[in-house]
Ligand binder design. Structure first.
Ligand SMILES: Cc1cc2nc3c(=O)[nH]c(=O)nc-3n(C[C@H](O)[C@H](O)[C@H](O)COP(=O)(O)OP(=O)(O)OC[C@H]3O[C@@H](n4cnc5c(N)ncnc54)[C@H](O)[C@@H]3O)c2cc1C
Length: 346
């Protein structure tokens, strides 16, 4: 059984979620190994309370205090395996900081995750929504995930195909709470081509001879572009993109284009991603502020907590935005962060 002294009670989570919602955990523990994770889960089962796995809290919205046990993943590990010509496998503990890992791999000359620089959070949460940015996704490099399967109590391995990755989605979202990711293995390469096609990134590197770029140059470029567009949660609390870009069939996309010729989106072979930011901006929400919470003035997809907003304030604003977009475009926006916490806040 886990050492009782390590379980804390009534812990303030305001600094552990990027929206800075002032929620509390009834019980809280930080785990640094598979063994302590197992013990924490057993402790929760014994107490009949629900566990919540917490990484960096950058994709969660606390609607209220959390009535169970918050388990903060702090398993650290970084090592290289199977270095083979230009390729190598980077093995990572779930508690590693994602951005630090990107810079670590890029500094070592390995390519594959440089476009994902500056995405907040932990390595263990990255597969959950198949993090993506600037034309790259985690699934492009993920080899396999080790996870504790709570149904069987066993640590299992899930290869890339078993993770069922798609846009901001994976098996971990479809079977919430079943798997706790402990280790992530990425296959990186010193020679794979960079993905510089996304407009902002292409604009940033315009005029440069991209043949000379290193992965660190690309990561730095991505960081510069992101800093221009996205508010830093340390300065202005937010959860990044609050809504997913809706995916619509191509004929719907063409119909939308006929009505709204300047609609922004990313058409693919059989479907199109509509830019949710454009839809929200058209409804006049960009820069809106109602005192405690609002919509960022440069990026309509980002809801911000200006000062002391509660989870309920953010959800109420999100609802109003969603209704407006649906009424105008007939498109239902889906929230990206998961909503947790049920009991009213103190
Ligand atoms: C400013 C900003 C910019 C962002 N930009 C992007 C972006 O460009 N692209 C993008 O995809 N996302 C982006 N995000 C969202 C967020 O950074 C990612 O979703 C990130 O992977 C969340 O990591 P986390 O550790 O903070 O997860 P948390 O918020 O702590 O948890 C998210 C979910 O994963 C679960 N979870 C956490 N760790 C584990 C684990 N080890 N095993 C199983 N489940 C786990 C949690 O229970 C929860 O359901 C952004 C967020 C912010 C604040």
């Amino acid at each position: 059984m886990i050492d009782k002294a390590r379980i804390q009670e009534n812990v303030f989570l305001g600094e552990m979620n990027s929206l800075a919602i002032a929620a509390r955990a009834r019980y809280f523990v930080s785990v640094t190994s598979l063994e302590s994770l197992r013990q924490a889960l057993d402790w929760a089962a014994d107490k009949s309370v629900e566990p919540l796995i917490l990484g960096g809290g950058s994709n969660l919205l606390f609607a209220g205090d959390y009535p169970g046990l918050v388990i903060r993943m702090a398993i650290s590990r970084r090592c290289w395996e199977h270095i083979d010509g230009d390729e190598a496998t980077l093995v990572l503990g779930a508690g590693e900081n994602w951005h630090d890992v990107v810079m670590y791999a890029a500094s070592a000359g390995y390519r594959g995750i440089e476009n994902l620089a500056l995405i907040p959070g932990t390595v263990g949460a990255a597969p959950v929504q198949n993090i993506g940015a600037y034309g790259a996704e985690l699934r492009d490099t993920l080899l396999e995930v080790s996870a504790l399967d709570r149904h069987t109590g066993q640590e299992i391995s899930l290869t890339n195909s078993l993770c069922h990755f798609s846009y901001r989605d994976s098996v971990f979202k479809h079977e919430p709470g079943r798997y706790v990711i402990t280790t992530v293995r990425l296959r990186l390469s010193r020679s794979r081509p960079f993905s510089l096609g996304y407009r902002d990134l292409a604009d940033y590197f315009e005029g440069q001879d991209t043949r000379d770029l290193t992965p660190l140059d690309v990561a730095n470029g991505v960081m510069a572009v992101r800093r221009r567009k996205l508010p830093d949660p340390a300065q202005l609390p937010n959860a990044g993109s609050f809504f997913k870009n809706p995916v619509v069939p191509l004929d719907t996309w063409h119909a939308l284009q006929r009505t709204w010729p300047d609609i922004a989106g990313y058409p693919g072979d059989d479907s199109a991603k509509v830019a949710a930011a454009w839809l929200i901006d058209q409804c006049g929400w960009k820069g809106y502020r109602n005192g405690r919470v609002g919509v960022h003035n440069r990026q309509a997809l980002v809801l911000v907590n200006h000062s002391g907003g509660s989870g309920g304030d953010v959800l109420a604003l999100a609802d109003r935005i969603r209704s407006d977009v649906e009424a105008r475009f007939g498109i239902a926006l889906e929230m990206e962060p998961g909503v947790v916490g049920t009991t009213p806040m103190h």
